[in-house]
Design a protein around this ligand. Sequence first.
Ligand code: NG1
Ligand code: MG
Length: 513
Amino acid sequence: MTDPIVPEVTSLDEIYPQQALLSQGERWNELAVEFKRLYGQLPDFVSRAPGRVNIIGEHIDYMLYEVLPMAVAVDLLIAVAASPTPDGEEPSVQIANLSSAKFTAKAFAVPREGHVEIDSEDHHWTNYFKCGTRGALQLLREKGWTGTPTSLKVLVHGTIPTGAGLSSSAAFTCASALAVLTANGQAEVKKEELVNLAIVSERFVGVNSGGMDQTASVFGAKDSALHVSFAPKLKATQFSFPKTDPPLNFLIAQTYVQADKKTTAPIHYNLRVVETTLAAEVLAKKLGVGPLPSDNGPLGSTLSGLQSKYFEREGSDAPSVVQQLQTLLDVVRQNLDREDGYTKAEIADILQTTVEDLMGKYMTRFPVRAEKFQLRSRALHVYSESLRVNKFADLMMNAPENASSSYLEALGQLMNESQESCRDLFDCSCPELDQLCDIARKSGSVGSRLTGAGWGGCSVHLVPEDKVARVEAAMKEQYYREKAPRVLGSEEAWREAVVVSKPGSGAVVFRGL
Ligand code: NG1
Ligand code: MG
């Protein structure tokens, strides 16, 4: 079977369930009215992509390990009117946002040939539209398209909180790429193509990201979470939550600590990509199993590449994946023995190269800052998190009939262990995330963890249905009353802070406004 194309829908019912549609109708109307006011016409189409929450599997997508995210209901809408670019003129984009006070309007030119320039030092919100534009045109040209890009009038509206770990950025990149493809009459791309272009494109803003978010945003499906694998190639398999007694719910709770991943990338996100990549390289050298496959991680080699190499010698006698990961945890403990980290000079020494080469290869396109590189703890996190994803997926997909509370507790324990590992080994939690997890567990959550990159943003909690009210009440009293009292004001405000999340549908193009 060939892969399906990104769907075009003509009825909002296909995207939103009845209930959600009541409020969505108003929002779509507002988008159309403002578009007309700004540009004197109605949009030709709206491209839409949702945010996501990651259930488990944090900071391992860029090491090409499997993750379990789901698309959520909050999303980004891009209304577009496209017109042919007159001869002798440069294609142009006028772009505005419904939330115009926070996100100011901009106009930019798209070179007829060559790339849209993106200044990763200037963190203007429209950079993500530029990323999508650049990636989409690059893909079309690689496929032999020789057309002149159309000129666009664009109006954006998002309901995904920014810097909250729900991937507003990936939704924006995916929806933008889809908008530009559609505006140029080329929307018939495969979902895999759209995802792969969005992954590469988003890196133009300066974050050397993995591929989980774009995959979830494009492949998301109503009522299904996703089991995503990246190697040997991208694959997203839908699965639904098992029926349990009591039913399980995922509660998403914001810390209201903004994690500005672009600004902190040199000491947080991009540094973790460097540390995990170098952990793979150093292990390969010490174990004499190199060279590692170097074509698929954001910086070349990956810890999963090391796993394949390490067990390759055993051929069909190789142990199960779970046993392999357990073995690798021991291998890391024995071979990356510097608990206080490694300096650049020490790493260069082990890899038999110079500090300059090391920096040129791993730290120049995406600069990082660190005295010591924590190879041991980061590798321990990656292998143990991958082990937890394996166990979690296995439990989800082979649930007993009417599984009971002990089954939920087994799932929850893996989420709790994931949080501990993110906090202690990967150092990507923060006091507020730890606090929310603690409050939730004490009031009925069986598993609580950060979701997304961390350092702020959102947390996710596995809560049996009969405990949801209690967990929410505890969070209100013990966290939000002090940290964000305004969310206690109304049900609407509260649902911005804490939602019981159901898996939502993925990216679409909507015609018929
Ligand atoms: P956030 O910051 O939540 O969008 C990031 C990465 C993911 C993944 C997670 C951590 C981007 C676009 N996304 O998510 O690829 O690595 O962190 O698991 O950078
Ligand atoms: Mg993001």
